[in-house]
Design a binder for this molecule. Sequence first.
Ligand SMILES: [Zn+2]
Ligand SMILES: [Zn+2]
Ligand SMILES: [Zn+2]
Length: 345
Amino acid sequence: MISELRRDPTSGAWVAIASARSTRPSDFRIIHGEQKKGTCPFCYGSEHMTPPEILALGREVEAPNAEGWQVRVVPNKFPAFSLDYDDSIDVDPDALEQDRLYVSIPAVGIHEVVVEAPEHDSTFGTHSQSRMEDILTAIVMRFRALRQDNRVKYLQAFKNWGRAGGASLSHTHCQLIAVPIVPEIIQTEVDHAGQYKDRTGRCLYCDINEGEIEARERIIQESDHFLTFCPYASKFPYETWIVPKQHKASFEDISKDELSDLARTLRLIVGTFELAFDDVPYNIVWHTAPWNGDFSAYYHWHLELLPRLATIAGFELGTGYYINPTAPEVAADALRESIPEESKN
Ligand SMILES: [Zn+2]
Ligand SMILES: [Zn+2]
Ligand SMILES: [Zn+2]
């Protein structure tokens, strides 16, 4: 059964009720220890355990759903969003009767898994440069393909790492979820960037980059194409943003040079986190322009690395405000010092 998107009448927020997933209290029990490697659906030899693949890079001979791949994209076995819905239902949220107390639409969308490597335990910090480039290439290819589908308005790419980061399978992977409504966080960023553009004539993110380069207080690393820093109002301790220097609204418009630079930057930054902390859980989220308009003049794609070092608790849940115990200036200093000597610039 397809999940449902319900609108909370008190806040306007959309919630996906994913009925195909956990249902009974016992399904929420905490699983101790990692999954046994022999049964991992993402390791070589388990290709039959996933739905048929959408894309695979690196096979020397064409043999779908067999070993030999380097990066493999498959549909999520338990999708939170799906195109398998009754298409007689109007799924355009703008066409809904706004005055009704309870409104819902089917959770129309696409949910895919990017298996980053055949090696179960490799990470963004330990992948080779060519592996990391392949992963980003696969993600870009999916962005370019999925944006053709006008049933979806936004594609959220993300990585969950560690149990506290929400990873339910330990084999290294990213996820892609295409959704029919522009998510609130993205809409807020787009609106703020638009207002900033109206006031100043400039791009907010280009100005942030310039300001950070000038201030030199929060920068962790700078490369030809990217600036990596702890943002001024970091919500989480050691929150880190990777922002392209060239103004571009959409991740899928990344150039070849930018892609290899981003691969290098991610390997370095995640590798630095792995050196500085002992196996830190984190999420990496892509923020890029939605597909329901032209935001090229003022939105600017970027990645946010959100370490899960502190738990979200009552105050955060009650107010939406975050209390961050580590100033971004301190975090950036510590991370900069943890960068391996040979990678410093
Ligand atoms: Zn595995
Ligand atoms: Zn910009
Ligand atoms: Zn953002």
